[in-house]
Design a protein. Sequence first.
Length: 73
Amino acid sequence: MLTSRRILVTTLCLAAAVASVAGCGQRGPLYLPTDPAAAQRASLPDTLRPAPAAAAAPTAPASAPASSTTARP
């Protein structure tokens, strides 16, 4: 015989499982992007094993931030 606690726990676990599967966010078929902008993004293995600093692509120098101390009328 099922107790009310077991029914409640089962219902909550089922609701959590349905919500996690429904909330994945990806719609439509999965694909590998082929546009030129995607070539510069890191892949999963690149994020797990980053390249050594010498082999990494050089980054552009950071520009100076705009001054936020301007006087307002």
